[in-house]
Write a protein of this length. Structure first.
Ligand code: SAM
Length: 358
């Protein structure tokens, strides 16, 4: 449909959709559990060819002009919020141009980063000047040595201390402004339930605004599945940690208390489950660095997507792409991947509006 025939925004209702946009594939970290796999694996075995499987190799990443053309179409679309991830979005400076266009289109922007780029003052200043709404920084352990084992950098030169320095630099540069809100995201693995509260303690010490511990999600054939993925017998220790966190959050905004139930449900079962009112494909969409659009990043949902339903942001208009998408009222593909989506879609307003406590 040509742009002048597109319904005006008031015909579409208030924007209510979240895009999780994996903008670029490369990352200076080589976390062995990463959704993107590791670059070493893909150099040895070749780029994955199955639809929806990610890689840190950037051969199929869309060019900047295509990303910008799509970002310009967000104005007047159903998109309320864009969560920019990757790969590492802030190691590629053109990301800042794309963010500028998304903000001009009137959408909220939240960035998921490994935190190291925040040690570069010009990057921090641009994030503030662009009015970025939230910056979610990944740290998987409050212990520097453990974190750097779980999240090693490729060069071995960066790690925990840079990430903490980056968080401090962003908070300092923000000063008394309300934005960007700064959060910590922690992947909780079976060997270390204590990170749930240890990280909250660290985040409180740093003066961070929000905190999201999320369960590790690995495919059953992943080489680390049995070492890192929770089993039924791990549930009591995780539940105890989550209860302690919600009893004493300090100044941190957390996902709504219902998140605890979802977290526990997800790690209690290997066999999937049922989501009565799933927002994937109606209020949530996942865009990969090659431009593919999926209902959500769940590997189960991607695998279940018929090839006839595949879509791309390449030469597409957001005002058309995300319109008239009925909610799935009976998804049977619940997995650990899903748990990580609730904070992005339903909890983000409370995470970003945090601050009364600080
Ligand atoms: C893929 S990273 C991309 C953004 C950025 N480079 C970063 O490090 O945050 C986005 C988030 O996904 C998390 N993540 C990666 N692999 C995961 C997995 N298998 N299960 C759960 N979370 C995972 C990361 O820890 C990070 O918080």
């Amino acid at each position: 449909m040509p742009p002048d025939e597109i319904s005006p925004p008031d015909m579409l209702g208030a924007p209510d959709a979240t895009l999780l946009w994996g903008l670029r594939s490369p990352c200076a970290f080589t976390c062995p559990h990463c959704y993107f796999g590791t670059i070493e694996e893909h150099k040895q075995q070749g780029l994955p060819t199955e639809a929806g499987v990610l890689s840190h190799l950037s051969r199929t990443d869309l060019p900047l002009q295509t990303l910008k053309a799509f970002a310009r179409t967000l104005a007047g679309s159903r998109v309320e919020r864009v969560v920019i991830a990757g790969g590492e979005p802030l190691d590629w400076l053109p990301t800042l141009e794309v963010i500028g266009l998304i903000k001009q289109a009137g959408c909220q922007v939240v960035i998921a980063t490994n935190g190291v780029p925040l040690t570069r003052p010009p990057v921090v200043q641009r994030l503030i000047d662009l009015g970025v709404d939230g910056v979610s920084v990944s740290l998987d352990s409050a212990d520097a040595t453990v974190n750097d084992r779980l999240r090693p950098s490729r060069s071995g030169r960066f790690g925990y201390h840079d990430v903490v320095a980056g968080i401090r630099a962003l908070l300092d540069a923000r000063g008394d402004r309300h934005t960007p809100r700064v959060g910590v995201y922690t992947v909780v693995m079976r060997e270390r339930p204590q990170e749930i509260t240890d990280m909250a303690h660290l985040a409180n010490q740093l003066g961070v605004d929000y905190y999201v511990p999320q369960p590790i999600s690995l495919a059953p054939d992943h080489r680390l599945f049995s070492a890192l993925t929770h089993r039924r017998e791990d549930v009591p220790a995780v539940a105890e940690q989550l209860c302690r966190l919600y009893d004493e959050p300090g100044g941190l905004a957390l996902p709504a208390p219902s998140y605890v139930r979802r977290f526990i449900d997800a790690i209690s079962t290997q066999d999937g489950g049922h989501v009565p009112d799933c927002f994937g494909g109606s209020r949530l969409f996942f865009i990969q660095p090659d431009g593919s659009v999926w209902d959500c990043p769940s590997d189960r949902r991607i695998a279940a997507t018929p090839s006839t339903s595949r879509r791309s942001i390449r030469d597409a208009d957001a005002r058309v792409l995300f319109t008239d998408r009925p909610a799935c009222t009976n998804c049977t593909l619940f997995s650990r991947d899903c748990v990580n989506m609730w904070p992005l879609v339903l909890d983000m307003p409370r995470l970003l509006n945090s601050g009364a406590a600080r």
